[in-house]
Ligand binder design. Sequence first.
Ligand code: NDP
Length: 331
Amino acid sequence: MREIRLAARPQGWPTEDTFEMAEAPMPEAGPGQVLVRNVLMSVDPYMRGRMNDVKSYVPPFQLGAPLDGGAVGEVVASQSEQVPMGSYVVHGLGWREYAAVNAAHARVVDPEQADLSAYLGALGLTGFTAYVGLIDIARFQEGDTVFVSGAAGAVGSIVGQIARERGAARVIGSAGSDEKVRHLTDDLGFDVAFNYRDAPVREQLREAAPDGIDVYFDNVGGDHLEAAIGSLKKYGRVAMCGAIAGYNETSAPAGPRNLALAIGKELNLRGFIVSNHNRRMPDFLAEVGPLVRDGRIRFRETIVDGLENAPAAFIGLLKGENTGKMLVRIS
Ligand code: NDP
């Protein structure tokens, strides 16, 4: 069976040479394990950080070893009573065709309830990140004006729709193409959206929210964060979810130059790692699950075919080639 390994640690942008496709022996399910035939895998921005040899909240990928990450697949052999053969599971061993997974680390999902892909996106960690960040970290309240960056991406597109469903006064999104901007207002119900490449974010945000914003959900960092700090009202809240503008930079980015505004405005800027908030998963599924199934919360996916194209999918994600969740179909 085939798997993709880390061939070299990228300096700056990853390239095809960062990865290598290799043949590996077919894994076998040991006691308490299941053998999974992977159907789809997720590529995520955080994987870029794991390619650097630095200590972080998840350990770095190892040179010459297979990459890993979210995947969904069919159980084709089982040594676990909890997870029978023929069931479908979400687990953490993507980037390979087959995986031997500890049953305790596999979440059984129902392909009758939703497409398998949704369990890696809107109904999976992506949607959960949006929920935790908006509700618990940014402490969203009905009537808030919300700005979200990376708004046409997997997390951002769900953030804006949860805010709308929960009664935001105004939902504003930024994205990197005119087509994405149209998608936000025409398909996803954002009140205003702008293309951050057209003019400085600071100017476009001020125009979109002349009276200021209450909440900023940050997927981007850099100029977006600086613009948001400028536009936040007194007691404004920021969920610091990601800072993708800097992930491929070789030197540390300059901080928001206006950070001291946080003092006078009494802003609350708070970071979070979604996996530390798992106790909220049932609340997320109870609230967002039905909205997704009823089509009130909509989501797009960009699906790339073939494990051999996973590196290109990952690099494409960092460049914004995706609308909504970026996934790779393995079989
Ligand atoms: P997305 O689907 O949003 O894909 C990444 C998007 O980032 C691209 O589509 C691109 O869209 C945008 N982008 C790339 N470079 C830039 C740039 N320089 N400036 C502005 N936008 C840029 O990915 P996810 O939804 O999976 O992740 C979104 C963010 O959330 C990431 O920062 C990620 O690290 C973070 N995250 C954090 C988690 C946590 O626990 N804290 C958990 C999951 C994700 P465009 O065309 O608009 O530029």
